[in-house]
Design a protein around this ligand. Structure first.
Ligand SMILES: NC(=O)c1ccc[n+]([C@@H]2O[C@H](COP(=O)([O-])OP(=O)(O)OC[C@H]3O[C@@H](n4cnc5c(N)ncnc54)[C@H](OP(=O)(O)O)[C@@H]3O)[C@@H](O)[C@H]2O)c1
Length: 407
């Protein structure tokens, strides 16, 4: 029978309640990793629970209240009592981070806060661990999902700022009072935390310059699109003249920039450094279950000594023949019936054509198509037969197509 690891939960709102549910669902699978079964030992909200009782009965405190006070007081008291703390509170860390990290060091406890920046994207862990020795030159981030959703909808549907905001509110991507998000302040708090970690220097929210998206019009976005540019709210932290600049403002990006393709409520962070060139991490930036997953990851990390690999508990079959969409390029003789014969061979294997383009004449004729997903073995069976047709001028070329867009 494994021992119990008691988690005191402060806050039971969007993230807190999702965390409590997730912990219960995943508790059994955490036992082989940590040797202990985590459970919520007490919950504090405005109307229930006593902080002192929860603290006394817990091995670790999860703070999901938000805001500065009383969250700051509770986190400090928990660490002084020797408890590890996990928090998702960017406002608290961007204003009182130095005091909190000093307290954690003094009392030999962990203060983990992966969910405070970019939701489930593991950027804090990467900066603190994987890139700990990198000399970071610059960070760019789309770290606010609400504004990225609004800008995406303005670009896609030509909506005005007010219309896109209303849509975001209806879908739950924006709060009833969206001012922290649309003014850039929420992104500024996250950039303060990222800059602190990446550049190893204190950064307070008050030192981050920020502009929001309230003044942007669909014209700005349409104009940018004609030039192949996308408009994003970008957080930047970079070395400048031996110092550090941390700022948030709308910015145009060329299509080739890794952040240009980050749409909807997704977040992404790009880290640049001489040694690593550039790394981009992206994923859902908010949401109860998503944020709760990052919080639970921190709880598990706090429960185990670092760098262990648990024994596997299952033996999953390794699958080789999977479904995939395909791009198929064929150089063919320009004569009637070519497309029909190719389509027939594909159809016999259950392939259906999503789009097709015929280009060139005579010796330069090409047939290019994209196929809906089908089992790879069936696709390649069709390709082998197509390759034997007498009008083929060279072997067909096939490339897999990843169709998911995640937005
Ligand atoms: N929502 C997201 O997608 C998201 C994403 C990333 C990070 N975060 C961060 O996660 C934290 C929690 O956010 P949330 O969206 O879950 O907030 P929320 O839905 O407003 O929930 C806050 C919870 O804290 C409790 N609380 C508030 N003031 C309190 C007080 N003085 N004493 C005791 N309990 C108090 C509330 O109690 P009542 O139930 O009694 O009101 C509620 O249960 C924040 O720091 C936020 O920035 C949220």
């Amino acid at each position: 029978m494994p021992g119990t690891f008691s988690v005191g939960l402060l806050g039971h709102g969007t993230v807190g309640s999702a965390f409590a549910t997730l912990l219960q669902q995943r508790a059994d699978s955490i036992v082989p990793i940590t040797g202990l079964r985590p459970q919520v030992s007490g919950v504090l909200t405005r109307s229930r629970g006593s902080f002192d009782e929860i603290l006394a009965g817990s091995d670790l405190i999860v703070e999901l209240i938000g805001g500065v006070e009383p969250a700051r007081d509770y986190v400090l008291r928990a660490m002084r009592a020797g408890r590890h703390v996990v928090s998702a509170n960017k406002l608290l860390l961007s204003q009182h981070g130095e005091e909190l990290w000093a307290c954690a060091r003094e009392h030999g406890v962990q203060l983990r806060f992966e969910a405070a920046v970019a939701g489930v994207v593991p950027v804090i862990r990467v900066l603190q661990e994987s890139l700990a020795a990198a000399h970071v030159e610059r960070i760019h981030g789309i770290v606010n999902g609400t504004t990225n959703y609004i800008l995406t909808e303005m670009a896609r549907g030509g909506l005005s700022y007010a219309e896109a905001l209303e849509q975001a509110q209806q879908l739950g991507y924006a709060e009833a009072d969206p001012s922290d998000d649309v003014s850039g302040r929420d992104a500024a708090a996250k950039m303060a935390i990222l800059a602190r970690l990446a550049f190893d220097t204190p950064v307070h929210l008050d030192q981050v310059r920020y502009e929001g998206i309230e003044q942007l019009t669909p014209d700005d976005i349409a104009y940018a699109q004609q030039l192949g540019l996308g408009l994003k709210l970008i957080g930047t932290a970079e070395r400048v003249d031996g110092g550090l600049s941390v700022r948030v403002h709308p910015a145009f990006l060329y299509g080739g920039h890794p952040l240009a393709s980050v749409h909807g409520p997704f977040n992404a962070v790009t880290v640049e450094s001489g040694a690593i060139t550039e790394i981009t991490m992206s994923g859902p930036g908010a949401g109860g279950p998503q944020t709760a997953s990052a919080v639970l990851g921190d709880v598990i990390s706090a429960m185990i000594p670092p760098a262990t690999t648990a024994e596997t508990s299952q033996r999953l079959e390794i699958v080789n023949d999977v479904d995939s969409a395909f791009y198929l390029h064929m150089e063919v003789a320009d004569r009637p019936g070519v497309l029909a014969q190719v389509a027939e061979l594909l159809g016999m294997q259950g392939a259906s054509i999503k789009s097709v383009v015929q280009r060139g004449l005579g010796d330069n004729a090409s047939l290019v198509m994209v196929l809906h997903p089908l089992r790879e073995s069936r696709f390649y069976a069709a390709v082998r037969l197509i390759g034997q047709l007498d009008f083929m001028r060279s072997a067909p070329r096939a490339i897999r197509v990843i169709e998911e867009e995640f937005t």
